[in-house]
Ligand binder design. Structure first.
Ligand code: COA
Length: 154
């Protein structure tokens, strides 16, 4: 199968942070951010593979700053690397203050998505050709991360 550019999977989503997404201090729930992260990673992996995908794992997630009610969250995702049936997806989340337009990094995350056929069996996916310096750096270290994940799987 021919490899394809990481541009194919690149996806950007924005969300407005509203009161139901937040705690009594007006800051967003981590679980809400994780749901957004999982969704955009799935979309990026589906665009890359043109298959249904499931989340196999989410690497450790650190929340570096809080988004508050009225902030605009921007998520960006792309496929970093692929195995036979799995795709490693990078997701970056930034919050933007409505009045100042200042953007703050909320979190970054790496997820592994697996492509499946209609019977739920993992199916092969195309390789990925990284385009930017950041993507090439992440691509180079993918095998190491994959090994670490498989070591702690059971
Ligand atoms: C993840 C899952 C597809 C693995 O299936 P499996 O029968 O163990 O299949 P395999 O061992 O052949 O693994 C398939 C691929 O997943 C990768 N994989 C399996 N478990 C993984 C994990 N915990 N983290 C990262 N990658 C994983 C394997 O490395 C393999 O990748 P490759 O084909 O690129 O080499 C399967 O366990 C599953 O469907 N889990 C539920 C997923 C789900 O429903 N998620 C939503 C939230 S519940």
């Amino acid at each position: 199968m021919e490899s394809i550019s990481s541009d194919v999977s690149r996806t950007i989503q924005t969300h407005l942070v509203l009161p139901p997404d937040t705690n009594h201090m007006g800051t967003i729930f981590g679980g809400t951010v994780l749901a957004y992260v999982d969704e955009i990673a799935a979309i990026a992996a589906m665009k890359h593979s043109r298959k249904v995908v499931v989340t196999a794992s989410i690497d450790r997630v650190n929340f570096l700053s809080s988004a508050v009610v009225g902030d605009i969250l921007t998520l960006e995702a792309f496929v970093i690397s692929t195995g036979r049936t799995s795709m490693e997806v990078f997701v970056k989340v930034e919050s933007e203050n409505l009045e100042t337009a200042k953007r703050t990094l909320t979190t970054t995350s790496i997820l592994t998505m697996v492509a499946k056929d209609s019977n739920g069996v993992p199916v092969p996916v195309p390789g990925v050709i990284p385009q930017t310096e950041e993507e090439r750096d992440l691509f180079k270290t993918a095998e190491e991360r994959k090994q670490r994940r498989l070591d702690i799987r059971n």
